[in-house]
Design a protein around this ligand. Structure first.
Ligand SMILES: NC(=O)c1ccc[n+]([C@@H]2O[C@H](COP(=O)([O-])OP(=O)(O)OC[C@H]3O[C@@H](n4cnc5c(N)ncnc54)[C@H](OP(=O)(O)O)[C@@H]3O)[C@@H](O)[C@H]2O)c1
Length: 296
């Protein structure tokens, strides 16, 4: 299959492109810089130069391909409204381009704010609806296209897609521990995150692209719940700093932008996803990756 991939040079996208090429698919990656274009070209992927705000380019990229994987996100933590706006516009543009083709459209989503007090499951519908909601309500918007001739599939990534080179939430937590000389968790440390090793997440994206039914919500989750205390203790051991509890209200002050997520439970099951696609996530656990120095 010829696949148009946005975010093809990001943390997850890099692994997804490798996974797709390794499985014999053709890839055209969206690149907004010379460095990104070079990196994609070296792997044997084609390049479409462009930006998330170039909606005509996104439309053409989708029309030229037999399937789309959308992983780009502005991640403007200082201005989430702008990231959400761009995400919704991009998703609407790609989905409109694919309408009536029955082609696959896999988009990235997250697990924050889905449920409270229990692990999220695939049948939990995101409460984010409309342009002003989390991620611009893009997951629900995309899945509406399942009824319009698009094989729309959402992949909800665990908040830690971990591994060597990760510059995401875990890197920010480790950086905060270095800054403060102490590895912190909020409150009693029972807030929990799900986690997945990066290559396993990439494999799931490929499987979803190849065969998930229209309207699927997939959970890229290997470990259902790793507590913030377990994470802080592992970081503390690696950096050789004390492990401390902080008031949840001070999480943003302590951790920066990631403080908003450190106080948010994002435990999730992937039982339905595993059963649906025969996906068995492998690789080190989050704590094993931290202890092996992935964030040191
Ligand atoms: N990593 C996680 O743990 C996690 C968890 C939950 C959800 N997600 C979601 O999964 C998706 C991929 O995440 P990631 O961790 O791979 O993110 P990432 O490493 O930050 O990569 C983001 C990608 O988006 C591209 N991008 C950013 N702004 C752009 C713009 N204006 N125009 C075109 N491309 C742009 C980047 O291009 P450059 O390479 O040129 O910078 C990069 O390829 C995102 O939607 C993210 O929110 C990730």
């Amino acid at each position: 299959m010829h696949v148009f991939v946005t975010g093809a040079t990001g943390w997850i996208g890099t692994a997804v492109v490798d996974e797709l090429l390794g499985a014999g698919h053709e890839v055209t990656g969206l690149a907004r810089s010379d460095a990104a274009a070079l990196a994609l070209g070296k792997k044997g992927a084609r390049v479409r130069r462009g930006d998330l705000d170039d909606l005509d380019g996104l439309r053409d990229g989708a029309l030229d391909a037999q399937g789309v994987v959308h992983l780009a996100n502005k991640h403007d933590w200082a201005n989430p409204a702008e990231s959400n706006r761009a995400e919704r516009a991009a998703v609407e543009t790609i989905a409109d381009a694919l309408a009536g083709t029955d082609r696959p459209f896999v988009l990235a989503a997250g697990l924050s704010g889905l449920v409270r007090g229990r692990p999220a499951v695939e049948t939990d519908v995101s409460p984010a609806v409309g342009p002003d909601s989390h991620r611009g309500g893009a997951e629900n918007l995309a899945l509406e296209y399942a009824g319009k001739g698009v094989r729309a599939v959402s992949v909800r990534f665990a908040p830690s897609v971990h591994g060597v080179g990760d510059h995401g939430f875990l890197a920010a937590i480790t950086a905060a521990a270095r800054r403060h000389g102490a590895s912190a968790y909020p409150g009693d440390g029972t807030t929990a995150w799900s986690a997945v090793h990066r290559p396993a997440a990439a494999r799931l994206v490929r499987l979803g692209l190849e065969s998930a039914p229209a309207g699927s919500r997939l959970h890229a989750v290997a470990e259902e719940a790793v507590t913030t205390r377990e994470i802080a203790e592992a970081v503390g051991r690696v950096l050789d700093v004390p492990v401390v509890s902080i008031e949840p209200a001070k999480a943003v002050e302590h951790f920066g932008f990631v403080g908003r997520f450190v106080t948010t439970d994002m435990a999730a099951s992937s039982a339905v996803t595993r059963e649906l696609l025969g996906w068995t996530p492998s690789g080190p656990t989050l704590v094993e990756d931290i202890e092996a120095g992935a964030y040191a």
